[in-house]
Design a protein around this ligand. Structure first.
Ligand SMILES: [Zn+2]
Ligand SMILES: [Zn+2]
Length: 439
């Protein structure tokens, strides 16, 4: 990873020339250093020569592009010649217009403009990480990953017959650090009409903005961030491994976005009655000036993808972590392996020691010999007194069969309580009929 912000102008030029070498340009050469002046890079693509001007600055204006254009004209090369201005920042409008105009009038010496964002893309294409604080947030803070085993033990509490912490194998897990910006803003606005103030906004809001995509978005099902201390990203990565997903924009871009979102969220239509007794509807939307962003904290939230192997199954859990607090994103524990029943509220789940599965109540039976829960997926069955009985294996079924054979005749019907009850009811009825007949 190369952090562009920390580079001097000369180091930036070196970074750019290795980038172009990696992109397959030939004979990439950095010119000799002339006092404070930047050095040109020259390079070739087939018989086309390129003269590249590097600017490690926030903005690049038109004179830079113009000066390069004259430099290309005097550059000694027989074939086609082109120019390129590469910056870690951005180009001003006039600089872009100048380059556009060259293209429109089919100038023989065209100039390509590569800004910080484009530069990052070019880097990604050849596996060079060019981190650049001018176009993205560089953040070193993450919420703690916590202990996946503790999370598993907690989720397993919802599962009957689940292995205890001591019997639970150590989970395998991967971590990805996802960027968010935690924004706090105060909005104050007053909406007035001829009848006076009809609506007032005075509130403090807390938004968490997901910053991993090209467009920011509000975080859904979020970990409660209050009171959670962040830790150093590198320290967390040393301990748990995992990549940090990059922020896509600068902090001020996220602030602006959050401000606009708040204006959307707080927009409302107010109905009021005018002096003339007519009912009016007025759209009350705060303006960005009504919103004051008090805080915009960039940080990472670890996304943990963990699995624990039990018997023939691996139970997976994907969650956003804030230490040992977590929000489940994919729950492979509270889910029946035999049907679609899933979710923490949906049903009872039972762990099957025999095969390691977790099943819903419908797919869980009692093992006839041991009395433990067993799932219908792995159990072997046997019919006893017209009732289906479930066993861990054929051995248990055999053992029970022997017990059954040895039972006194009046105990056997208890293997089928429904049938036994039915028979009892029938007997009583017969008795009543008989008694009735004799009275
Ligand atoms: Zn089920
Ligand atoms: Zn089972």
């Amino acid at each position: 990873m190369t952090l562009l912000d920390g580079l001097s102008g000369f180091e930036f030029e070196d970074a750019v020339s290795s980038l172009f070498r990696a992109h397959g340009y030939e004979n990439v050469q950095v010119g000799t250093r002339v006092a404070d002046e930047g050095r040109d890079i020259t390079m070739y693509d087939g018989d086309t020569a390129y003269v590249v001007e590097c600017k490690h600055t926030d903005t690049v204006s038109r004179p830079v592009v113009q000066k390069l254009h004259s430099a290309i004209a005097t550059f000694d090369h027989d074939g086609p010649k082109r120019g390129m201005v590469v910056t870690s920042g951005r180009f001003t409008g006039p600089a872009e217009e100048y380059a556009d105009r060259l293209r429109k009038r089919d100038d023989p010496h065209l100039i390509d403009l590569v800004d910080g964002r484009e530069l990052r893309k070019l880097g990604e294409e050849v596996g060079m990480d060019l981190y650049n604080g001018r176009i993205e947030i560089l953040c070193e803070e993450t919420l703690p990953v916590g202990d996946p085993e503790t999370v598993f033990v907690d989720v397993f509490e919802d599962v009957a017959n689940a292995p205890s912490r001591a019997d639970l194998p150590t989970p395998d897990y991967d971590v990805r650090y996802r960027p968010v910006v935690d924004v706090e803003a105060v909005t104050r606005a007053t909406f007035e009409t001829s009848v006076g103030v009809i609506h007032r906004i005075d509130r403090r809001d807390h938004l968490v903005v997901e910053a991993d995509g090209p467009a920011p978005r509000l975080a859904s099902d979020l970990v409660d961030l209050t009171g959670v201390e962040t830790v150093n990203l590198e320290t967390a990565q040393q301990r748990h491994g995992g990549e940090a997903v990059r922020f896509q924009h600068t902090e001020s871009e996220y602030r602006e976005w959050a401000t606009d979102r708040l204006c959307d969220l707080l927009e409302t239509t107010v109905t009021y009655t005018g002096d003339n007794n007519v009912t009016y509807h007025k759209d009350c939307r705060p303006s960005p000036n009504d919103v004051a962003v008090r805080r915009a904290n960039p940080l990472y939230i670890p996304r943990v993808d963990a699995g624990v192997g039990l018997g023939e199954y691996t139970h997976n859990l994907e969650y956003a972590a804030a230490g040992n607090r977590y929000v489940t994103r994919e729950d492979g524990i509270r889910r029946c392996v035999h049907c679609d029943t899933a979710g923490p509220e949906a049903a009872e789940y039972t762990y099957c020691e025999n095969c390691g599965s977790i099943s819903c109540a419908t797919h869980t039976e009692e093992e006839r010999l041991t009395g433990d829960p067993v799932c219908t997926g792995c159990a072997v069955t046997g019919d006893f007194f017209f009732a289906t009985k479930y066993f861990f294996d054929e051995g248990n079924r055999e053992t029970f069969r022997e017990e059954y054979e040895a039972m006194p005749f009046y105990r056997k019907p208890l293997e089928n309580p429904y049938l036994a009850a039915g028979v009892a009811v029938a007997l009583v009825l017969v008795l009543l009929v008989l008694v009735g007949a004799f009275v």
